[in-house]
Design a protein. Sequence first.
Length: 358
Amino acid sequence: MSSVTRSAPALSLKNSRVARAAVAAAAIAVMVSPALPMQAVTAAAAPGDTITVTFPYLPSGVQTEWTVPAGVSEVTVELAAGSGASVTPATGGPGGAITARVPVTPGQTLLVLIGPQGVTTPLMTGGEGSAVATADGDLLVVAGGGGASFRCAASGVTNEVCGSGGAGGFSAQSGSAPGEVASPPPQSAATTSGPGVSGDVVVNGVPTGPIGYNQPSPNPAAVVAGVVTTAPPTDPSSASEPVEGLSAGGGGGYYAGGQGKSQYNASLDPTLEAVNGGGGGGGSGFLIASATQLSLANNVGNGFASISYVEPAASEPDSELAATGTAIELGVAGLAALALVVLGAIVVWRGRRADTVS
């Protein structure tokens, strides 16, 4: 970026002893005073450069605010949700990851929420969704979290049969745009129009019904009073189970995926060595209709977010300093020296006037 130097207007001095003395005094004052702390502050980028703002991962539910710069009417959002908990050898579903161009308004406040991956203790939970929205209530992008895998034995001690979690919305996995359904046995993934449906917990061949398993939240992601929330992951049930964690949680997102089905026969297998279960369904994603989808991908781990934009041209081309991002700072000593210079100029002008009159 080029720097701009402003030149002071030239002074035409007559042969005046008063004028010469004033100028000399001002020059000496400047030389003996501390150096002026004149610092040119250069902007981070020139017009046309691409600026990328990366948002930090914060604890679940804590959002970040960002103001759209002046002159920026479109941003590129890269957003990923958390993946579901993995219990070896099964894998949790990946979180959805999307890159999209989104129209915005200069000066608008955007809210960014990043969802974490699921955990395996004490229950196997799905990944949380991530979202970008406006402070005045509009969702722009939501990525769906992956469903958790059902617990499996890593050795041959038990006969557990397990299933991997479903992928979150906007995952690159085939057929997973609304959240993929994993197997065995099946459970329901969320869609863009509603939550998934949890699978039964079947005990001794009998489904436990509403008491034994949890259904996803019926509410989608939303912005209320300047706070953005996503549909929470569906927690695995434990209310009527002899052991916690005999099912896998669904992922959160625009809507949440269902809890995975599980079944066992406690009367024939009191040590629960023959448990059969499937992974949780993935949460769904959302993209505002005015946006343009650029790419999809899988994300394993905590979610992430970034916003990129093109540095606009200066909004005030008449201001050379504003256009180049240059600032001048003067300390106390500098202001005193500047005052002497101005005083000297006034004396010069008065001396020039006296010479002219004479």
